[in-house]
Design a protein around this ligand. Structure first.
Ligand code: GLN
Length: 386
């Protein structure tokens, strides 16, 4: 029996008894709200505090210099140790690089049903047609509803933390938020402001795609202006198609990308799974600083000919889409797909604020938290890209 067919043996959910503390009971049709944060929660520490994060030294193995080719922040005042060999982050490709990038066979572009609310750099005139975000905000409920889609299927890599970051950044600004966690097998509510899809292994990813294809709620919500952040498996699922279990599965077609194990001729060896840090420079149209994350995927993703939108960013370190243009992710309208785990919003609060501003219009600036800024700086130094 499919996960998404009603189980006749399973009792229908009953309304829960009111909790003894008198708080609002959970409405199962609206999912499970996230435990509330204290309304007066503030950053730990003052904004002018900038703690220096010193990464711990890894003890050197006998006969080995620590972390060849890399410098810890604790080593900043020392001359760099000569690299025994260049840092190697991924398995070396098993096939010639040029074979990875065969031209795509012509595919029909997905229908233009996405509202183009983020500027597409290839269509400058779009910027003039952007609706004012405040108009959208006025039409929305005062509590921002953030749907966390199938966290048990698409949550292997901690991407649920993206919901926590969005919630907390709203609350720090005095705005209320509710995380609607949607378990697999339950209907996805169409009335949320933000939809989050995380990463997962091939099989859970296939189950998630099956459930979401039946439901269509995200497609409807996006047509109505909802914001989507889809990471890795989630990114593949919201595209046109993706591989799993030796087959190609249909995605939601929310964005015009397709994923394969490789884009090589069928007899070519598979390229290796990519696992490691990833750093990207987001498309300037997004107005974001450098975006940091972590990637772990076997799929390679490219845009379909004529697809609306643009790559999320240019890869500085890591692989991302794994296409010859050196990009990661895809942005179409208010839908953002990327290979970056992290959780990506925890490491890149500016991206969280971009998403929130699409819902609320311009928000009061919120610097920090200082710990995140210090962590970003330390990671950039450790990755030798700053
Ligand atoms: N299963 C997909 C792949 O390996 C996505 C993995 C992930 O979400 N980290 O490409």
């Amino acid at each position: 029996m499919s996960l998404f067919e009603p189980d006749p043996r399973r009792p229908r959910p009953q309304p829960p008894a009111p909790p003894p503390d008198g708080t609002q009971p959970v409405d199962p049709s609206r999912g499970h709200p996230h435990p509330a944060y204290p309304a007066d929660e503030r950053y730990p520490g003052r904004p002018d505090q900038r703690p220096e994060l010193a990464l711990p030294r890894r003890p050197a193995q006998p006969g080995q210099s620590p972390q060849p080719g890399r410098r810890h922040s604790a080593d900043r005042d020392q001359p760099p140790a000569p690299a025994a060999h260049p840092p190697q982050r991924y398995s070396s490709p098993q096939i010639p690089q040029r074979q990875l990038f065969q031209p795509a066979s012509p595919r029909s572009a997905p229908g233009g049903r996405l509202p183009a609310l983020l500027p597409d750099p290839s269509d400058r005139s779009l910027a003039d047609r952007l609706p004012q975000p405040m108009e959208v905000a006025a039409a929305r409920e005062s509590t921002t509803r953030i749907a966390l889609i199938y966290p048990e299927l698409l949550g292997t890599y901690g991407d649920g933390g993206n919901a926590t970051v969005l919630t907390q950044r709203l609350r720090w600004r005095g705005l209320s938020a509710e995380v609607v966690s949607v378990p697999a097998g339950e209907p996805v509510p169409a009335g949320c402001d933000i939809y989050l899809l995380g990463g997962g292994e091939d099989e859970p990813q296939t189950l998630a795609a099956e459930g979401l294809r039946r439901n269509k709620a995200i497609e409807h919500a996006v047509t109505g202006g909802a914001v989507v952040l889809a990471v890795c498996a989630g990114y593949q699922v919201i595209g046109d198609s993706f591989p799993a279990g030796g087959e190609i599965h249909r995605g939601l077609g929310l964005i015009g990308v397709e994923t394969r194990r490789s884009f090589d001729p069928p007899d070519a060896p598979l390229p290796p799974r990519v696992v490691g840090d990833i750093v990207i420079e987001p498309d300037p149209a997004l107005g974001l600083p450098t975006v940091l994350g972590y990637e772990n995927h076997g799929g390679r993703t490219r845009s379909l000919p004529g697809a609306s939108g643009f790559p999320f960013g240019r890869v500085v370190l890591g692989l991302g889409n794994g296409t010859a243009d050196g990009t990661d992710g895809w942005v179409a309208g208010r839908v953002i797909g990327t290979y970056l785990h992290g959780p990506v919003l925890a490491q890149n609060p500016a991206l969280a604020d971009l998403m929130l501003s699409l819902v609320h219009g311009s928000l009061p600036e919120l610097h920090g938290p200082p710990e995140v800024e210090a962590l970003r700086a330390a990671r950039l130094r450790a990755l030798q890209v700053a």
